[in-house]
Ligand binder design. Structure first.
Ligand SMILES: Cc1cc2nc3c(=O)[nH]c(=O)nc-3n(C[C@H](O)[C@H](O)[C@H](O)COP(=O)(O)O)c2cc1C
Length: 158
């Protein structure tokens, strides 16, 4: 069994639904999921075997959803060094927004990398123009991401 921390940023619920579907699948596979809604910087700085999965939509002009914006700001301000942390990112967006496409997911990815964390696999970007069922895209991506996790973090995936 492996442990995953989940952070879900959402405005209208699509990213939250994706996160719930992915969490259900990880639970079904026997893994443990812990949702981090507050105290993100403190929890991530603690030594842990948990792998972080950030699932977030983008709002405004490349902005973070309100429900994760202050946690993100605190993480950036406290800037804990996170070399023990491995993470993945599922970014929901809409490519018709042009340069701000999936901006919130990209911002989380860049901040975590700046803090010394290591991303597992590639960031998944789900375009609302291409699918009405983002959870299907995420669930199709998950096995490959878990394989990458097993290759990159064998001690953490079992
Ligand atoms: C007001 C508004 C602003 C948005 N701004 C962006 C944006 O800048 N970049 C982007 O990629 N998607 C943008 N989107 C698209 C959403 O990220 C996308 O529809 C996503 O699936 C919504 O997920 P949610 O229901 O979890 O919030 C925007 C959507 C709305 C309604």
């Amino acid at each position: 069994m492996s442990s995953f921390y989940f952070v879900a940023g959402t405005v209208y619920g699509a990213a939250e639904h994706v996160a719930e579907c992915v969490a259900d699948e990880l639970s079904r596979l026997g893994h443990e999921v812990q949702w981090l809604e507050t105290g993100l910087a403190t929890r991530l700085a603690e030594p842990s075997e948990a792998i972080l999965l950030v699932i977030t939509s983008t709002t405004g002009a490349g902005d973070l959803p309100d429900n994760v914006a202050s946690e993100f700001a605190t993480l950036k301000q406290q800037a804990p060094y996170l070399p023990h942390l491995q993470y993945g990112v599922i970014a929901l967006g809409d490519s018709s927004y042009g340069e701000t496409f999936c901006g919130a997911g990209r911002a989380f990815d860049a901040l975590l990398a700046d803090l010394g964390a290591r991303r597992i696999g590639e960031r998944l970007q789900i375009d609302a123009i291409e699918t009405l069922e983002p959870e299907r895209v995420a669930l199709a991506w998950l096995p490959e991401w878990l394989s990458a996790a097993a290759a990159q973090a064998p001690a953490k995936i079992s």
